[in-house]
Design a protein around this ligand. Sequence first.
Ligand SMILES: Cc1cc2nc3c(=O)[nH]c(=O)nc-3n(C[C@H](O)[C@H](O)[C@H](O)COP(=O)(O)O)c2cc1C
Length: 373
Amino acid sequence: MTASATDVLFKPFRIGSLDLPNRIVMAPMTRAFAAEGIPGEAQAAYYRRRAEGGVGLILSEGTVIDRPASRNDPGIPFFHGEPALGGWKQVIDAVHGAGGRMGPQLWHTGATKSFMTEWVPDAPVESPSGYDAPDVPRGEAMSEEAIADSVAAFARAAADAKRLGFDVVELHGAHGYLIDQFFWSGSNLRTDRYGGATIRERSRFAAEVVAAVREAVGPGYPLILRLSQWKQQDYAARLAETPDLMADWLQPLVEAGVDVLHCSQRRFWEPEFPEIDGENGLNFAGWAKKLTGATTISVGSVGLSGDFMAAFGGEGSSSVGLDRLVERMERDEFDLIAVGRALITDPDWVSKVRDGNAGELKGFDAAALGELV
Ligand SMILES: Cc1cc2nc3c(=O)[nH]c(=O)nc-3n(C[C@H](O)[C@H](O)[C@H](O)COP(=O)(O)O)c2cc1C
C-alpha cells in the first residue's frame, strides 16, 4: 500500500479543544507490569515510544479507581494514591515530551476474572447483583453506598487525570466489567433504580458515572466512553438488538456528557445490523455516530488476520492490508480507529503506515505480551 492510499488515516481531527494530528488511537491494553500498582519508568518509556512512533492519541491500559476490589490482577496500575499518580505524571510528561497526546482508561473490573491470574483482591469482589454472568454467582451485590462511592471514585480519578495534564479521559464501560455488568440483563438483576427491564434503565449507573465525571472535569474536556455489545463472558451477548434500542442505550450517555463513543468490536469490518443495511453495512461505531451524532472510534483486528481474544491463549496473527479500513474511513463511517496488538508488536506501526512502508509491518506474536517494550 502506498503512502497516499492511507491519506484518510492522517487527516487531523479535533475533539473539543484537542487537536489530533491523525486518526489513529492506541487501544487501551492491560499489560499488568505495575509492581504494587504503581507505574514508573518502564511504562513511561513504553508509552513514549508509541508517541514517538506517531500515534495520534494514546489510551492507557485499564487503570483502576479507588475501590477496595476494583482490580482482578495485582499488576494492574492504580489511578489513585500519590505514589501511583506520581508514576502516571511521569508517563504523561514523557508522552508530551515526545509530542504525543494521551488519556488514562479508568476501570473497575467488577466480578470479572482475569485471564492471566487466579489472584483475588483482599476485599469482596463487587458487581450489580453478585453475578459475573447469567447463573455464575461471584462476589457481592453492591449496596447503594457502594454504588455512590464508585461513582465518586470515577469522578475523583478523572479530576486527577486532568490535574496531572492528561489530554482526555476514557471510561471502560465495555467487555463485561463493572459498568457493562450494569448494562447487561445477564448480570444486572437489581430491582432498584439501577436495574430494570430496559437498557435505558440499566444505563443509569453509567449515566451517573458520566455525569459525575463531566462535573469533575468541567465542560470542554474530552470524555470518551468505551462500550461493547459483546462480553468476554459471552461473545454473542448483545445489549441492543435494534437501532432503536441502541439509541435508547447511547443517547442518555451522550446527554450525560460523553463526547466520544469508543465502540469495541473484535473485527471492525463486521456489520452491526446486516439485516438492515447488508453485509457491508455500518459497523457499531458507524451506527453509534449515525444515531447520536457523537464522535466515534472503531477498533478490531486492524492490520491483522485474527481477533484479539485468541492472544490470551497464546495465538499470533499475521499482518494484512488496510484497504477495508481505508474504504470505511473514506465514507466517513466513523472518525477515529483504534489499533491494539499491532502497536504492542511495533511502536512504529503508525509511522510505517504513514510512510508507505507496509512491507515492514509485522504480525502479532503473543510472546510480545511477556514484556513491556
Ligand atoms: C493484551 C491485551 C490487553 C487488553 N486490555 C484491555 C483493557 O485494559 N481495556 C480495554 O478496553 N480493552 C483491552 N483490550 C482490548 C483492546 O483494547 C482492543 O479492543 C483489542 O485488542 C482489539 O484490537 P486489535 O485487534 O487491534 O488488537 C486488550 C487487548 C489485548 C490484546
